[in-house]
Design a protein around this ligand. Structure first.
Ligand code: ADP
Length: 428
């Protein structure tokens, strides 16, 4: 973003327990730094006098517990200061989770420390679920814990591209610009942005992830005691509600945080989970700062999320354009989904939603985002294996039998097996 900064530096003084809410412009980034006092961005403590560059469209808040002065450089799309925040109630939840974590380290069963709190955050779209998850994780990491972040929100994924079910250990507070680190993440590709495209597959991937995390936690006492924070979809009715129940049970959650005044949701969950005696429910107020994102904006966000994967949040990654022969790859789809199956017979009811089907390579793959699977066999392993990363198909030359794709990695594909969903990406 060279050359775009300089003349518009302003100071903003924040009173204790207030926050400065900012929407970065659509086309230009914004720089910001902390001058005096203490301030945090969703639980990430800002160091003094270090400029952070926030990319266009980012929406966030700088909160201070005891007062702070910050400096901004650039014009914002929208900004205001508010003293009304639910931060005290969020911090109280964090403190009770700390108690649970200490309790797990001191209580061992068969010399394995017991598991720390498994918190699941539920609520409507735009109730601030991901933001609260980030705060709880950042505060825990600041206190020396290493909780796991589980992201089940395929519509607006936080760890990697949309359409994924994933988890990552949080070993230090998450950088407010770069977001969650990807290097230790376990990622499964669902391939669609709405679960109804293949409910059975979505559930299977959630179960796989829970199983893998359970296995990993046995060998890692620190992560086991730190517990998890699970982020969910804003789809809380009908099948969405069933999926919430499924996630709560699959991860054996200990705390359900319901964000926003979702009375019916709380009552239904309490009724349906009444046999889980140890399950705690916490109602938390939604922050007035949470930005309402209409469906168009959410679509734009999904697109920029995929763009960030290939080009970096601040456009700092090199994207590689590569060509392979048809015979170098095998493309599979899991189950049946209407957009790619042209034959009516394939759309017949009763199809196996977990069936692995080879896909013919032709022009319909152009702009599709494919996952690179670690599966060794083209069978159920495609569902149980995690993925190495993603490519986006740019061209299919059926004459020469060559596929051109982009990838954030210069290396050859780590596997021949690619998974196709309905997710697409094109330069906007
Ligand atoms: P959900 O996960 O429930 O869909 P998010 O946590 O992703 O909601 O929040 C929606 C948007 O609102 C995000 O862009 C987030 O950065 C922004 N946001 C959340 N809390 C605040 C706040 N206090 N001030 C300003 N923006 C906020």
């Amino acid at each position: 973003y060279g050359g775009e900064f300089g003349p518009q530096i302003r100071r903003v003084k924040l009173e204790k327990q207030s926050e400065f809410r900012i929407e970065v412009q659509r086309t230009r980034p914004l720089r910001l730094r902390l001058l005096d006092g203490g301030a945090e961005i969703f639980g990430y403590e800002l160091p003094h006098e270090v400029w952070f560059t926030f990319p266009p469209r980012m929406i966030f808040a700088v909160f201070t517990w005891y007062g702070a002065t910050i400096e901004t450089d650039g014009i914002t799309e929208n900004e205001y200061t508010s003293c009304e925040t639910p931060m005290m109630s969020y911090l109280r939840v964090h403190n009770s989770l700390l108690v649970e974590r200490h309790r797990s380290t001191s209580s061992t069963r068969d010399s394995v420390p017991s598991q720390g709190p498994r918190v699941i955050i539920v609520g409507d779209t735009d109730s601030g679920k991901s933001t609260l998850a980030k705060m709880l994780l950042n505060w825990a990491a600041k206190d020396g814990w290493k909780p796991t972040y589980v992201d089940l929100n395929i519509g607006q994924s936080s760890i990697t591209i949309p359409g994924t079910v994933s988890a990552t250990p949080i070993e230090m507070p998450v950088d407010p610009v770069e977001g969650f680190p990807l290097d230790k993440a376990i990622v499964h590709y669902f391939g669609h942005t709405t679960p109804t495209t293949n409910l059975r597959l979505y559930k299977s991937l959630v179960e796989e992830l829970a199983r893998e995390l359970k296995q990993e936690s046995f060998g890692n006492a620190e992560s086991r005691a730190s517990g998890m924070v699970i982020d969910t979809m804003g789809f809380i009715v009908r099948q969405g509600y069933e999926l919430l129940l499924h996630a709560i049970r699959t991860f054996n959650a200990t705390v359900v945080i319901v964000l926003g005044q979702e009375e019916t949701l709380v009552n239904d969950l309490k009724k349906d989970l009444k046999f889980k005696k140890s399950l705690q429910f916490v109602n938390l107020e939604k922050s007035a700062g949470v930005f309402f994102r209409g469906s168009d904006f959410r679509k734009t966000l999904r697109n920029s999320n995929i763009q960030n994967y290939f080009y970096g949040v601040t456009n700092d990654l090199t994207v590689y354009t590569k060509t392979v022969k048809f015979s170098d790859v095998q493309v599979y789809q899991i189950g049946d989904f209407p957009e790619t199956s042209s034959s009516t017979s394939a759309r017949r009811r009763g199809n196996d939603p977990l069936k692995i089907t080879p896909v013919a390579i032709d022009e319909h793959l152009v702009n599709k985002v494919l996952a690179i699977s670690y599966a060794k066999q083209p069978d159920h392993q495609i569902i149980s294996s995690i993925v190495a990363g993603f490519v986006c198909i740019k061209n299919v030359n059926t004459g020469e039998e060559r596929i051109t794709y982009i990838s954030p990695s210069a290396a050859e594909l780590p596997s021949k097996t690619l998974i196709l969903g309905t997710l697409e990406w094109r330069v906007t």
